[in-house]
Design a protein around this ligand. Structure first.
Ligand SMILES: [Zn+2]
Ligand SMILES: [Zn+2]
Length: 158
C-alpha cells in the first residue's frame, strides 16, 4: 500500500485481504484467513525497510493452487485454518535484504528466491532458511541454521 494513504488495511495497518487471496477461480469468494503473527511481523519488516510498499506476490493458496505452483506439500501458504505464509517483494530492496530484515525481526522461516522472499510463521522444521534454485529449494538444516547471511554466502559461493 502507498505510504501516503491514510486509510488502513482490513487485515492490518498496511495489508488488505485481497492481497492475500488465493488467485484461483474457486477461491474468489472464499474468506481470506491470514495468521495475525505473520501480519505483525510483515508490518515490522516494512518499518525496518523504511516503510516502502510491500507487495504480496502469494498469500493464501488452496491445496489445488499450491500444487499448481509446485508448492511444498505442507506449505505454510495453505490455510490451516489460517495462512501462515507469504511471498513478498519490496520495491528497490533485494530478496536477500528483505530476508535479513526478517531475520532481525525474528520468529520467521525465510526462503530467498530470485525475485521475492518467502516468509512464514511455521516452526523451523526442518529448516529456518532456504534458497530457491530452480524447482528444488536448498534447505539450511544440514548446513547452517543460525545465520541467514552465512548460509546465503555458502550457497551463492561468495
Ligand atoms: Zn484457490
Ligand atoms: Zn512462499
Amino acid at each position: 500500500m502507498d505510504g501516503n494513504d491514510k486509510s488502513f488495511g482490513d487485515l492490518s495497518t498496511n495489508f488488505w485481504s485481497w492481497e492475500f487471496r488465493c488467485p484461483c477461480k474457486k477461491c474468489r469468494k472464499k474468506k481470506v484467513l491470514v495468521d495475525d503473527l505473520l501480519l505483525f511481523k510483515l508490518e515490522m519488516i516494512r518499518i525496518a525497510l523504511g516503510n516502502k510498499p510491500m507487495i504480496i506476490t502469494s498469500g493464501n493458496r488452496c491445496p489445488e493452487e499450491n500444487k499448481k505452483v509446485y508448492g511444498h506439500s505442507d506449505s505454510a501458504h495453505v490455510p490451516k485454518p489460517k495462512g501462515k505464509g507469504s511471498d513478498v517483494k519490496v520495491k528497490g530492496v533485494k530478496p536477500i535484504d528483505v530476508g535479513l530484515a526478517a531475520e532481525k525481526v525474528g520468529g520467521l522461516r525465510i526462503g530467498i528466491a530470485k525475485t521475492y522472499t518467502h516468509l512464514d510463521t511455521k516452526p523451523p522444521i526442518p529448516s529456518r532458511f532456504w534458497i530457491y534454485t530452480g524447482k528444488k529449494p536448498i534447505y539450511s538444516g544440514s548446513i547452517e541454521n543460525n545465520d541467514l547471511l552465512k548460509f546465503y554466502q555458502i550457497i551463492k559461493g561468495k
